[in-house]
Design a protein around this ligand. Structure first.
Ligand code: SF4
Length: 458
């Protein structure tokens, strides 16, 4: 451990340590973008040992540092004490206990799987700890179903018909980027060939395929067909148990495209309304109506896909508790096999955040929305099967995938829990391969379609 006098970064002053990342993570997770000024100090005690002290205004809290002979364990103990002292001071400032307590990571199920007691060690609420424990059971089952050389495959289509106001994903003008679809597909087909060769050399077996976005059904029926035929042509896909296409925006879904998916043995399709309130859809720039969702959903049902996922977001601008509740109730009458519940995140780069739109729900309302949805989902036989946290979510809440019995998505669990290698093709793809010693090797594609095309085609 290096001795550091004092480092001042933005709102944070570090004294006696330089564990900026650990402190920043817990600070952002509890205060999001409204970070107060604070001091994080690591102090040596006169009789030996150390303590972590956080000062936020008049609130000063300390946590003792446990002592370990192993240097790596000692570093973890210091970071943990720094986070806990910050957490205790922050709770006094905020005036209530955040749902995820002192957990700053995005994958809290990992802690449960490593035997951590979330309530005792991280002050997580009993509801969130239970949510996490239920979810972790699916990770264990998925892990047991995998062979050592199993991998999953992701193909990214980063195009959408318009940009939702809460999205920071599509940064270019949508009209301009749509012109890139054809060269993008050409580039993708090259990456598909190269990856197929690599998977063969490594003697790996693909277990699930996921075409996500953006909105993959922004592609025409012909383009979808060309892409999927290529996947079947280049990869050995006889062992897959699941093939998802995230159709996403209902305004991009029609019979012709869905027939292509059905005839290509796609098993799982997402149709994502995000809300069943027309005025909210209009406010967030989705440019489709609730009826478009019902129309798209009925096509998916008529074509008899094995599993349909429906996404909702709690806390959208102008959404009320009542309209959110009524949306969830309506969705449940349609019996989708999966429902994914996101919490709105105030992402940098999203237009609603940049325009200072403050009509999103309060943390308290989002908590009530999620409580209502969780209770209704449980009483309709759904269980949470994967979850993750994001920065800047309203109230610090999470995103959770819910499933009817036996319909959980293997891809989502593998991806979230890093249970096997993930090949991620396309712009923004982040491939994670597991080496024999269990380490994760990552490689990244260029983030934007234009750069990706340049890298692959030129
Ligand atoms: S559909 Fe998704 S990726 Fe596309 S603009 Fe909306 S939020 Fe962003």
């Amino acid at each position: 451990m290096k001795s550091v006098a004092a480092i001042i970064i933005c709102n944070m002053q570090l004294i006696g340590h330089n564990y900026k990342y650990a402190v920043e993570q817990i600070a952002l997770s509890l205060f999001q973008s409204d970070l107060p000024e604070f001091i994080s100090e690591l102090r040596k005690l006169p009789g030996g040992g150390m303590e972590a002290i956080t000062t936020i205004g008049e609130h000063i809290r300390s946590s003792p540092v446990a002592v370990f002979s192993d240097i790596n364990e000692q570093v973890k103990a210091i970071q943990r004490a720094l986070k806990l002292s910050f957490y205790h001071a922050a709770v006094e400032v905020i005036g209530n206990s955040p749902p995820w307590g002192a957990v700053s990571g995005v994958k809290p199920t990992r802690l449960v799987l490593n035997g951590v007691d979330l309530e005792r060690d991280f002050f997580v609420s009993s509801e969130r700890a239970e949510l996490c424990r239920s979810t972790a059971k699916y990770a264990v089952t998925a892990k047991n179903s995998l062979e050592p050389r199993d991998v999953v495959l992701y193909v990214g289509i980063p195009f959408c018909p318009t940009r939702c106001s809460y999205c920071s994903f599509v940064s270019q003008s949508v009209e301009k980027s749509l012109k890139l679809i054809e060269p993008y597909l050409d580039a993708l087909l090259l990456e598909i060939s190269a990856t197929a060769k690599l998977i063969k050399e490594r003697n790996e077996k693909i277990r699930a395929v996921y075409i996500g976005g953006g909105t993959p059904t922004t592609l025409s029926a012909n383009q979808l067909s060309r892409l999927i035929e290529n996947l079947y042509d280049k990869f050995e896909l006889s062992a897959i148990t699941e093939f998802t296409v995230e159709a996403g925006r209902p305004d991009t879904i029609d019979w012709e495209k869905l027939r292509v998916l059905k005839s290509s043995a796609v098993t799982r399709v997402s149709v994502n309304p995000q809300t069943l309130n027309d005025s909210v859809l209009n406010h967030i720039g989705r440019r489709h109506a609730v009826d478009d969702f019902f129309r798209a959903y009925s096509i998916v049902r008529e074509l008899d896909f094995d599993c349909v996922n429906v996404d909702f977001i709690a806390g959208l601008p102008t959404e009320t508790l009542e309209s959110f509740q009524s949306g969830i109730e309506k969705a449940l009458t349609m019996n989708p096999e999966n429902i994914t519940l996101h919490t709105l995140a105030r992402k940098r780069g999203s237009s609603f955040n940049e325009h200072g739109d403050t009509s999103y729900s309060s943390g308290e309302t989002v908590g009530s929305m999620l409580d209502f949805a969780f209770s209704l989902l449980r009483s309709n036989s759904y269980s949470p099967y994967y979850l993750y946290r994001q920065k800047f979510t309203i109230g610090g809440y999470e995103n959770t995938g819910w499933t009817l019995p036996g319909k959980e998505s293997l891809y989502n669990i593998c991806m979230m829990e890093e249970l096997c290698g993930v090949y991620a093709l396309g712009a923004g793809g982040s491939t994670k391969l597991l080496s024999p010693d269990g380490k994760i090797e990552r490689s990244f594609n260029p983030k934007y379609p234009q750069e990706y095309i340049k890298e692959k085609l030129l």
